[in-house]
Ligand binder design. Structure first.
Ligand SMILES: [Zn+2]
Length: 408
């Protein structure tokens, strides 16, 4: 099967003409609808690219959905030319995007500004080099605007053979950050070999959150007094914004690192992965625990992204996985509701089962005996080894970033 991962790269704003890119996006939208609009002041190379090869893109992964509306933001698909260190060239000679691994740079021709021969050169991201080392290839790219900023989206794809499971299982229970992600390793003779929670530094998050709330209140007071344009108020507003941004940046980074670590663990052990992603339950629990709504939002932030990053990378490395309910508040022995005692210990009043909260989901995973080959990767839809398949496989997320969709 073919696995894909994507990355978004911010382009230098001073080298991009936003209006030009916006116009190209509008023409792409039209092209999707089967219209060919030949504009006299655009280079033929771009228009040939848009209309001449559009059929190729239509069937490819990210472009398999139609833009939702007439004025939907439609990213401009680009074919790529890859030049490898030995001089080997892959892709289209007329491509507007050149990935040059010899000089470690990416050249974007014509699309950033409407000037003949205009080229923007950016350094090759390490991400690309790593994906290529793993056997990936970057056949497609897209350029477009996100919040009026120019971006390049690269999609790496790779033919993966699912690895032969060793009999090990890795159970991963994703909760809101106050409980965190609990993982456990079950060895081939069905014993729990290791378990641990992955929790961000909650004290740090809480500190930033309450500090921002505090400053926000003071700002509110100033506003009510009509003092919202004073230097003091502006300083407060800036500080609040910076603190909130800090919280999310911290969680983003945490998620990225931990997801990757878990994937590497699964890969090393040749484990099959069980994932519980019932985040709704966490949301309810947070409400029951009377966590303020702002903090609740933070505790749930990036949990979905964690799962997306995790599963995309599992696919990329050919690790079989499946989703499974692994409750941490229900007794794995008798199904009775567990009560939480001091020190995060969960206890069953019915059968006497007792375990640390983070270990309960792993007990559930123990019960979920590996069924004979039913992981999502076993039903490979495409013949292995064929690299030229461009089946219209709609996928909603492909890794490090969500590939930009056609937003209305
Ligand atoms: Zn019980």
């Amino acid at each position: 099967m073919i696995a894909r991962r994507a990355i978004l790269i911010k382009l230098p704003k001073d080298k991009c003409d936003i209006n030009h890119i916006r116009r190209l996006m509008a023409l792409t939208n039209l092209a999707y609808r089967g219209f060919e609009v030949w504009v006299p002041d655009l280079p033929k190379t771009i228009q040939n690219h848009l209309y001449g090869s559009f059929k190729n893109f239509k069937g490819s992964l990210v472009f398999s959905t139609k833009p939702k509306g007439w004025f939907a933001k439609t990213w401009v698909p680009l074919k790529t030319l890859r030049i490898y260190p030995g001089g080997l060239r892959k892709g289209s000679a007329t491509a507007l995007l050149i990935l040059d691994f010899r000089s470690g740079s990416i050249r974007i021709r014509q699309v950033c500004r409407n000037e003949p021969g205009f080229v923007v050169t950016i350094p090759m991201p390490r991400w690309v080099v790593e994906r290529v080392k793993e056997g990936g290839d970057i056949k497609f790219a897209m350029i477009g605007l996100k919040n009026d900023e120019p971006y390049l989206a690269l999609t790496a794809e790779r033919v993966v053979e699912p690895h032969v499971p060793s009999g090990c299982r890795l159970a991963v229970d994703v909760n809101a950050w106050n409980n965190g992600v609990a993982y456990g390793i079950i060895n081939p003779n069905n014993r729990i070999a290791e378990y641990s929670p992955l929790r961000p530094n909650l004290r740090l998050i809480d500190t930033w959150y309450y500090r921002a709330e505090d400053l926000h209140k003071r700002l509110g007071k100033l506003r009510r007094l009509g003092l919202d344009s004073t230097p003091e108020a502006r300083r407060l507003a800036r500080e609040v914004k910076a603190l909130r941004r800090k919280v999310y940046a911290y969680l983003r980074d945490f998620v990225q690192k931990r997801a990757h670590e878990l994937v590497m663990k699964a890969l090393r052990l040749r484990a099959e992965v069980l994932i519980d992603d019932v985040i709704e339950e966490s949301r309810r629990e947070l409400i029951e625990e009377k966590i303020p709504s702002g903090l609740r939002k933070i505790y749930l932030a990036e949990t979905r992204r964690f799962i997306k990053l995790f599963t995309t990378q599992l696919q990329w490395y050919g690790v079989p996985y499946e989703f499974k309910r692994l409750p941490s508040t229900v007794c794995p022995i008798c199904g009775h509701k567990l009560i939480q005692e001091r020190g995060r210990v969960m206890a069953c009043t019915n059968c006497g089962f007792k375990a640390p909260r983070d270990k309960v989901p792993i007990h559930w995973a123990l019960k979920a005996m590996p069924k004979a080959k039913v992981s999502p990767l076993d039903e490979s839809p495409m013949p292995l080894g064929s690299t030229t398949t461009h089946e219209p496989t709609p996928i909603t997320h492909v890794g490090e970033v969500e590939v930009p969709r056609h937003n209305t």
